[in-house]
Design a protein around this ligand. Structure first.
Ligand SMILES: Cc1ncc(COP(=O)(O)O)c(C=O)c1O
Length: 388
């Protein structure tokens, strides 16, 4: 059966009410037939839900779908994408360990690595996406984990996942890929040697900017410690959010197809406009890693990053002229979103730190929505022409 069919049809069994749509199991705990049943459940002799901090039918349904989509053995659902990142670190790392990550990670992941882990005696090395030698020489005897994102945010640079998997295997490091930007529809890191795949389900998986959620799926031996840590420390996903995200999984493939085709058309339009000095989109032949993009991804994704031929005030004027896109910091919505990373998502970085991750005052990140592409192009065109 194809992934998309699984994501649509895999769901919890029907209750005696014969509902077609799976209900939301808003319950903190589950009941037992007898004291003996409760004892057996707590002893792990019988399978089933005990308490929603550990498991819940709705989170189980969501996890099962994403294990299937990501070709993973086991998974956990978390309260947000950041909870997924943090719990992955916290469950696996201890004082004296070393972590390697790409320097263009999402800002809050970098914050955890730079500011929280060192206070617990965990060292780190951040490597530029392109620094092949840097990756090879970064591994040490105490390197326990490697975390990357591909494509990166907002520079849309790619890392060769299989190449890095070989290095991680050689050094026995747990290899984690944050697959938020691509989703399992466009890229399956487990097929490229990842041990764990992390998601902010808040983005494309939700797809309508409604709830926060996160997932970690992967090899059982690496997911189990995260499950054990999470059930005690509590950053679990609410059953309602799990229910909603599981419903969204039914349309993920369809939505990603439209996000990607709209994004490719918009990126091609930008390439033809004199006021745009740079267009970054993995499936444009002008992307410097176009060949790798075609190898690792089945389409280019829903994000287009551009540089406008203007200073900050001109860029602001352009944004303010747009009538369809919304100015907000989220991404992965059915509605097109425009973000000025330098003054919003990455404003806590100095200008030189921003430059290091490919952000200039003229950079804009566009999360391309599901609107009619002709309307989008027309709107961007009128705003750019006013700037010209
Ligand atoms: C790549 C990536 N990972 C993790 C996160 C964090 O996700 P959340 O906002 O759901 O905590 C984000 C948020 O933008 C992200 O872009």
């Amino acid at each position: 059966m194809k992934d998309n069919t699984k994501a649509i049809r895999d769901q919890l069994g029907r209750t005696s009410y014969r509902e077609h749509s799976v209900p939301v199991y808003l319950t903190s705990s589950f009941v037992y037939d007898s004291a003996e049943h409760a004892e057996a459940m707590f002893a792990g002799e019988k399978e089933g839900d005990i308490y929603s901090r550990f498991t819940n039918p709705n989170t189980t349904e969501l996890i099962n779908k994403f294990c299937r989509l990501e070709k993973a053995e086991k998974g956990v659902a978390t309260a947000s994408g950041m909870a997924a990142v943090f719990n992955t670190f916290a469950a696996h790392l201890k004082t004296g360990d070393h972590v390697i990550a790409c320097s263009a990670l999402f800002g809050n992941s970098i914050y955890i690595i730079k500011n929280i882990l060192p206070s617990w005696g965990i060292e780190y090395t951040l490597i530029d996406v392109d620094d092949e030698e840097g990756w090879i020489s970064a591994f040490k005897a105490n390197t326990k984990m490697v975390l990357i994102e591909t494509p990166t945010n907002p520079g849309l640079e790619l890392l060769n996942m299989s190449w890095l998997a070989d290095l991680c295997r050689k050094h026995k490091a747990i290899y984690c890929v944050d697959n938020c930007f691509a989703t399992p529809i466009l890229q399956k890191p487990m097929n490229h040697g990842a041990d764990l795949v992390i998601h902010s389900a808040t983005k494309w998986i939700d797809g309508q900017g409604r709830v926060l959620g996160g997932l970690v799926v992967g090899k059982e031996e690496y997911v189990q410690p995260i499950f054990d840590f999470l059930r005690r420390t509590g950053a679990c996903l609410s059953p309602f959010n799990a229910w909603l995200l599981s419903k969204s999984a039914e349309t993920l493939e369809l939505r990603m197809e439209r996000h990607c085709s709209n994004a490719l058309k918009l990126a091609s339009y930008f390439e033809s406009h004199q006021m745009i000095t740079k267009v970054i989109y993995p499936y444009l032949p002008s992307h410097r890693q176009y060949e790798l993009a075609k190898e690792q991804m089945t389409a280019g994704g829903g994000i287009v990053t551009v540089e406008v031929d203007s200073d900050k005030s001109g860029v602001f004027k352009f944004i303010n002229q747009l009538t369809i896109p919304t100015i907000t910091a989220n991404l992965g919505d059915s509605r097109t979103i425009i973000t000025h990373p330098s003054t919003t998502t990455h404003s806590k970085l100095s200008l030189s730190e921003q430059e290091e991750v490919g952000i200039k005052p003229s950079t804009l990140r566009i999360s391309v929505g599901l609107e009619d592409i002709d309307d989008l192009v027309e709107d961007f065109d009128q705003a750019l022409n006013k700037l010209a």
